[in-house]
Ligand binder design. Structure first.
Ligand SMILES: NC(=O)c1ccc[n+]([C@@H]2O[C@H](COP(=O)([O-])OP(=O)(O)OC[C@H]3O[C@@H](n4cnc5c(N)ncnc54)[C@H](OP(=O)(O)O)[C@@H]3O)[C@@H](O)[C@H]2O)c1
Length: 329
């Protein structure tokens, strides 16, 4: 609840010239909105995400798969690996046996600090930091020539483009944020596909459930647009690159800088980022190959998911669609 107050106040601070009595009224309205949002969020989240059983923390089945080092000797690049969800993903790949990991971010000092910590903690793994913006074509091309072609690419770098209601947005900033998420992901993916040619490959894309769920959200127009656009890019790339496995993955709700910036209400059932990291690593294993090109939730139980394999493949589930119009023609 404390967080709800902060969010409401942050948004109102934009109009700080208004009288305090008005601010108070607005705060309580905004607070009510957030409370309602929280209730609806929990209800719809629990309902929709229960495609199979969900977990918020690492669980035995997933841990034991990763403990068997299914990605032994593999190489991976994780964009935005310098902190937050990306860092959990890097650690998940370490646990799964990857031995060469590239990580990116724009802030070179933070990236270097993270790389030093990782190197100290995991001396058997080579970590390669690249301080480069995901939208920088030359920089990303140079990263792949220096690193070589990784077995797995994780497009995780992303921002929350919104700063209030749509009518109040500075559209240039809004568009820039969408650009980081969409153009950045497209750029890194394109350079990876160009570098690897026809060889098999794996691209995991960190999207969000916000792209496909019906949250009564205000102030999220840019973020949800960009996250849905990412998913659609991969749903169409699969026809051009059948040799490559694409997955779009909702990572859960993890306490990070990005989560804080989004203003989404923090609650007592947040996802442990360690689970997210393990799931991303699992998604790159042979066992998960049958899920090629589909939209997944990092919280989904991997055994129950396997139990629905036939149905998922037969009905072509886990792709974006419009209710009542599944096949689109
Ligand atoms: N946290 C959640 O609950 C949650 C939920 C759903 C989806 N996600 C998704 O998870 C991903 C990571 O989010 P997060 O919560 O971990 O955010 P975060 O804590 O803000 O971390 C974002 C990471 O991306 C990097 N980054 C941002 N813009 C970049 C750019 N233009 N070029 C290169 N690197 C860039 C950041 O490094 P620099 O700032 O140094 O560039 C940082 O390493 C995002 O795609 C987000 O949409 C998160």
């Amino acid at each position: 609840m404390q967080h709800g107050h902060t969010v409401a106040f942050k948004r109102l601070a934009i109009k700080s010239s208004e009288r305090s009595v008005l601010i108070q009224v607005s705060i309580s309205r905004a607070f009510h909105r957030i409370l309602t949002f929280q209730l609806v969020l929990r209800r719809s989240y629990n309902h929709h995400a229960s495609f199979v059983k969900i977990h918020r923390k690492p669980y035995e089945a997933l841990q034991s798969r990763i403990a068997s080092k299914p990605l032994a000797g593999k190489s991976v690049i994780v964009t935005g690996g310098s902190r937050g969800v990306g860092l959990f993903i890097v650690e998940g790949f370490v646990e799964a046996g990857a031995t060469k990991i590239g990580l990116t971010g724009r802030d070179g000092a933070r990236l270097q600090a993270t790389t030093s910590k990782l190197t100290k903690a995991h001396p058997g793994v080579t970590f390669a930091p690249y301080a480069v913006d995901v939208v920088d074509e030359k920089g990303i091309k140079a990263m792949f020539s220096d690193f070589g072609v990784p077995d797995i690419l994780v497009n995780n770098a992303g921002v929350f483009p919104d700063n209030g209601l749509f009518l109040d947005q500075d559209l240039e900033k809004w568009w820039n944020g969408i650009g980081t998420n969409v153009l950045g992901t497209a750029n890194v993916t394109q350079k990876y596909l160009q570098a690897k040619g026809n060889a098999p490959g794996i691209v995991l894309n960190c999207s969000s459930m916000a792209s496909v769920m019906r949250f009564p959200l205000k102030g999220w127009s840019g973020y949800t647009t960009s996250k849905l656009a990412q998913a659609r890019i991969f749903e169409f790339l699969r026809f051009e690159h059948p040799e490559t496995r694409f997955n779009t993955i909702h990572p859960g709700e993890i306490e990070t800088n990005g989560f804080e910036v989004s203003g989404a209400p923090k609650h007592d059932d947040m996802t442990d980022g360690k689970l997210t990291g393990l799931f991303f690593a699992w998604a790159a294993t042979e066992e998960a190959a049958w899920l090629k090109d589909r939209f997944l939730w990092a919280e989904w139980d991997i055994n129950e998911l396997a139990g629905r394999k036939e149905e998922i493949l037969e009905k072509d589930l886990l792709l974006t669609t419009i209710d009542g119009f599944n096949k689109g023609f």
